[in-house]
Design a protein. Structure first.
Length: 497
């Protein structure tokens, strides 16, 4: 916490009418003059009016990105200079840590203690990690068998990259997209989610302050069907990186077809979390709580399908039910809050609809299954919900709910649970709780998922690749794996004869 600066507050940023978008180094209103409201989900009240980008603004931003990519300072910077700019962004994030944490919590609803301990520090860390990569984008010399040829490869940036991000981790998602793209020398048009545009725009101010040339980073808040769709289809965009629903991910792929832009996708999940009887049960139960209730369950890797061995099923269910009943629900900005509101009225309706479907299909909540009342009825709060008596083929056991709702199911055998865990269109994450080394390796090999956690959950690090199998996506983010997504390989043949 030593780096946390407390002097700046979000009030100056929020006082702007409207909060503008960043195009070509200028903070501007939408060409149409339209704005939209961003809401505080803890209260349902309007936080700020934000300029609303549409196709015309996207056009201007893509043109600015193209100019900055082809001419001016950016293509002339040395890798070391690019790295320093990214490092400077990390420093500025730390200097404004408390302001960013408050802004994130106000706009998204997440508990402030997590914005402070997780979202903001990991965002800074992401920029710092990729600052280091700017100087390490090496090609190779290739020992071809054609006489007298000297053959080598270069790793070059893609060009203008469109990036579309969701509302569950607004700052972190911005950093996962921006940092590697910039380290590799691309220029960017970033569209934050309409539910949570604020921290990406504040980050844009810090990026300008760090000294990036105009047009390298453009940030355009707006709706998916207008701004997002225009960016995804734009003929001047060379690559799209998207995080969000599998449904929209498929639309992005269709929209990319006309100019064959490159696409990477981080999509949904229905991640299995498996507790074997030899696990440290108390630890596993706490882990299963974190797996589903962190960020109100609005996490692509949420451990939303919990399999507990039949010999420990009752104790897992009762242990989790007791802990869930004690969780402190409240406004995100209250430092004692453990579970905040969902991000929007729409997300609240979606989650409550799944809860109703679950009950109708015959599953029973041991706790929760309803909205919070009293003072919290103003916001989008849902009580932590644990479903018992669930069958694999029920809707709530198959579809991504993206809320504080877990289904718990018993199993008997290793092979059986591995097969059931893999019975999903998704393959983002999975976890196993056991102290048996043979089961660990068997399950790591058997689970069809981009990440497998053992005796832990929701671990992320800028150095560790992350992405999905099956309909959870294309490509990997983080680590050196993501460099493939933001560079293209050029092969040079030099005739030495
Ligand atoms: P979404 O996929 O509609 O939104 C994500 C981003 O895509 C936002 O920036 C949005 O403006 C943009 N977008 C929407 N339609 C678009 C289009 N036609 N073209 C281009 N961009 C478009 O997700 P939404 O509606 O907010 O949430 C629905 C469900 O999606 C959630 O309940 C959850 O299951 C899943 N989801 C998964 C996320 C993840 O991290 N994998 C994040 C957010 C949502
Ligand atoms: Mg909001």
């Amino acid at each position: 916490m030593a780096n946390i600066e407390t002097a700046t507050t979000p009030s100056a940023f929020l006082a702007q009418h409207p909060i503008k978008m960043l195009i070509g180094g200028q903070w501007v209103e939408a060409a149409s003059g339209k704005t939209f409201d961003t809401i505080n989900p803890s209260t349902g009240q309007v936080l700020a009016k934000v300029a609303q980008a549409e196709a015309e603004d996207i056009d201007r931003a893509v043109a600015a990105g193209r100019r900055a990519f082809e001419s001016g300072q950016w293509p002339k910077l040395t890798p070391s200079q690019r790295g320093r700019l990214l490092w400077k962004v990390a420093d500025l994030i730390e200097q404004h840590a408390e302001e960013l944490a408050e802004l994130e919590t106000l706009d998204n609803g997440k508990p402030i203690k997590y914005s402070r301990l997780v979202d903001v520090p990991l965002t800074a860390d992401h920029f710092r990690y990729f600052a280091g990569w700017a100087t390490k984008l090496e090609g190779e010399t290739i020992p071809v068998s054609v006489p007298n040829m000297f053959t080598y490869t270069l790793r070059e940036p893609m060009g203008v990259v469109g990036q579309i991000i969701p509302w569950n981790f607004p700052l972190q998602m911005a950093s996962w997209k921006l940092a590697p793209a910039l380290a590799c020398g691309n220029t960017v048009v970033l569209k934050p989610a309409e539910q949570t545009p604020l921290t990406a725009l504040r980050l844009g101010e810090l990026i300008c302050e760090a000294g990036f040339p105009d047009g390298v980073v453009n940030i355009l808040p707006g709706f998916g069907e207008t701004a997002g769709a225009a960016l995804a289809a734009h003929p001047g965009v060379d690559k799209i990186a998207f995080t969000g629903s599998t449904e929209v991910g498929k639309k992005i792929v269709h929209a990319s077809a006309d100019n064959l832009k490159k696409v990477t996708l981080e999509l949904g999940g229905k991640s299995p979390n498996i507790i074997f009887p030899d696990a440290d049960l108390k630890f596993a139960v706490r882990g299963a709580m974190n797996a589903i209730f962190f960020n109100q369950g609005q996490v692509c890797t949420a451990g939303s399908r919990l399999f507990a061995h039949k010999s420990v099923y009752d104790s897992v269910l009762s242990g989790m039910t007791d802990l869930a009943r004690k969780m402190n629900l409240g406004p995100g900005i209250d430092p004692t809050t453990e579970l905040g509101p969902l991000v929007s009225q729409e997300q609240l309706d979606r989650v409550m609809n799944y809860i109703a479907i679950g009950k109708r299909e015959g599953a029973t909540p041991t706790t929760g299954g309803e909205r919070a009342e009293g003072d919290l009825a103003q916001g989008y709060f849902v009580k932590p919900t644990i479903f018992d008596r669930v069958a694999d083929d029920m809707t709530i056991a198959r579809e991504e709910i993206f809320g504080p709702v877990v289904v718990v199911m018993p199993f008997e055998e290793v092979e059986e649970v591995a097969a059931r865990a893999n019975q999903s269109i998704y393959g983002l994450a999975a976890a196993v709780w056991t102290n048996d080394v043979k089961k660990v390796h068997k399950m790591v090999a058997a689970l069809k998922a981009g990440v497998v956690w053992v005796n832990t959950y929701n671990q992320f690090d800028a150095a560790a690749p992350f992405g999905g199998y099956k309909q959870s996506g294309y490509g990997r983010e983080m680590g050196h794996a993501v460099l493939d997504a933001y560079t293209q390989t050029k092969t040079a043949w030099i005739n030495l004869r």
